[in-house]
Design a protein around this ligand. Sequence first.
Ligand code: NAD
Ligand code: ZN
Ligand code: ZN
Length: 344
Amino acid sequence: MRAVRMTAPGVLEHTEVPTPQAGPGEVLLRVGAVGACHSDLHILDAPAGVFPIPMTLGHEIAGTVDTVGPGVDGWSPGDRAAVYGIIGCGRCRACLRGEENRCRVIPVGGIGLSRDGGLAEYVVVPASRLLPVGDMDLTQAAPLTDAGLTPYHAVDLARPRLRPGTSCVVIGIGGLGHMGLQILLATTAVRIIAVDTNTAALDLAGRLGAHHSVQAGPDAVEKIRELVGPAPDGADVVLDFVGAQPTLDTARQVVATGGQILLVGLAGGTLPVRPVADEPPPVPLETGVVVPFWGTRAELHEVIALARDGRLHADVHTFPLAEAPQAYEALRRGEVRGRAVIVP
Ligand code: NAD
Ligand code: ZN
Ligand code: ZN
């Protein structure tokens, strides 16, 4: 079969590999669509030894069951499914609670992270990772599994602070951010301030229903402050889907005293939190900082329900498998709006 694999750090190749077979408890899925997540660029940029090489990338997968391995109940060839990408140990207290995104044994284990992913014609996944999507378009279903699930989980962590009339600053209206906006609109009654460097991303935010848009830049903090109030007042919640130094600096300068920063993006910035006597604190007092990771299977079920009810829709741009490397280059250059989705 054809697959797009990381064959060396930074190198993505469209190549031929043997079609894998489903083992006990596994399913061979014919990939219908796979989202190009910015995390794949971080994986490509990681030094040798951090991720397996060679490895087929792609952790945002939807497809159709081709064959089922021994011992698989409840799934048959032809069934359509989204893939929950995390594979926890299944035995620790977090996994037993259904919080595999907090597994205490395998912190970042998953399909397309620690074993072959979905940028291929077929992928083998444990049957327990499949969730039914009914007749949903698979290019819509794939982004739900990460670009939808991760902001859904982050919003849920912030939910106690997201009361009606509060304000939420959303930084980075890309794959995750544009879904996060819709999740906020569908599940909370907050005022949303969208922030991005890119005017096309801000246009998308406006079309999706963001109440205010602010272009990232030197005067962004001042503009956001005009909308959320002067310190010690400010934004109740800041969702940072970028995580670069300028966005983290914006986050800490606009969050309210007692507010919360959710650091979802992995762009490598640093958020200082330690207060020093006689200096202005780097974050307001009582600020909560959370570092969300992906989400749970139950949350993915809820995300799929939102989408099937028409309240969550990915802005999708499709690419054939052979053009996946170009799709990632476009993502790196910041040229993708919404989500690039590869259709093998
Ligand atoms: P994306 O490239 O689709 O979107 C990023 C958006 O941020 C773009 O709209 C871009 O214009 C904007 N942006 C870039 N720099 C900015 C700046 N300085 N200020 C304001 N906006 C800026 O990326 P994505 O796929 O949505 O992923 C976003 C981040 O989230 C990545 O770092 C990714 O690795 C990370 N991620 C984390 C998790 C998790 O579980 N924590 C899960 C998935 C992705
Ligand atoms: Zn991802
Ligand atoms: Zn575990």
